[in-house]
Ligand binder design. Structure first.
Ligand SMILES: O=C(O)CCC(=O)C(=O)O
Length: 259
């Protein structure tokens, strides 16, 4: 059984991040603010998603538009989300945790639709960031209540401390194509922490922190969240490797008829 994280306020964000590889702020946005954010997400899905390229809009079932699963780069398409990404509290926390200026890289929507939402395989984001040094963070904001039933986030506490990435391989899961192939060691299981919480619960993890989420087992509830990826400004991106990685991935997804 994973330990459940239920602290409401971290004592010191940077100390906790350095020690654990993640922070949890409960809540980052209050219920009035979350209602507005959810209204804006619904507007974005209705008005903006139809204008986005296929490679940035993933569905659990491509033929069922109600099965929207993931969006990429939301902040590049919309002023509201651009402001949230560039000037909101997630960016300030990223700067504090990385002790650096940050570069805003991606803002994602993650949904696990009721009944069909797939698990998020255990992975380390830095494996596909291609950064040296690997100094980057991912923020994650629950748009609704999350728990074990609909697929809340799990971390392996302290996993950011090992400099080497774990071995990753193809998962076949759209949106999370790479997963750790030997996940489930005694160390993984002993240090597992899960993060159920209300809408507004915010997590931020280091790019080496191992994380995953279960499938959505509920037949009635979705599991919606926003992701915020920031690179440390001093980390160097291997642009050529990253472009080859992205191109190969997009081609694989097109060829397997997933996007
Ligand atoms: O929402 C999820 O299930 C996973 C999100 C994730 O892996 C990430 O933000 O890096």
């Amino acid at each position: 059984m994973p330990k459940i994280e239920n602290k409401t306020k971290p004592q010191n964000l940077l100390n906790e991040f350095t020690k654990d590889g993640y922070v949890c702020v409960k809540p980052l946005y209050n219920s009035t603010e979350m209602a507005e954010i959810n209204t804006q997400v619904a507007r974005f899905i209705k008005d903006v998603v139809p204008t986005m390229p296929d490679a940035q809009v993933y569905f659990e079932d491509k033929n069922d538009r109600s099965s929207l699963k993931q969006l990429q780069k939301m902040f590049e398409y919309d002023e509201y989300f651009k402001d949230m990404m560039m000037n909101g509290p997630a960016r300030k926390i990223a700067e504090e945790l990385l002790q650096d200026e940050v570069v805003a890289v991606n803002m994602q929507y993650f949904n696990k639709p009721a009944g069909i939402g797939q698990p998020t395989p255990p992975h380390q984001d830095g494996y596909y960031f291609h950064l040296t040094p690997c100094e980057a963070v991912t923020g994650w904001l629950a748009l609704e209540e999350v728990d074990e039933e609909n697929g809340c986030i799990h971390y392996v506490n302290g996993s950011h401390n090992k400099q080497e990435f774990r071995k990753h391989g193809q998962t076949g899961v759209l949106g999370f194509s790479q997963g750790i192939t030997d996940f489930g060691t005694a160390d993984d299981l002993a240090n597992e922490v899960s993060f159920p919480g209300q809408a507004g619960t915010f997590l931020m993890h280091h790019a080496r922190t191992i994380h995953w989420a279960g499938a959505n087992k509920s037949l009635t509830r979705s599991r919606r969240a926003l992701g915020f990826i920031y690179y440390g400004a001093s980390a160097k991106l291997d642009v050529a490797t990253k472009q080859i990685y992205q191109k190969t991935l997009d081609e694989q997804l097109k060829n397997s008829n997933k996007i």
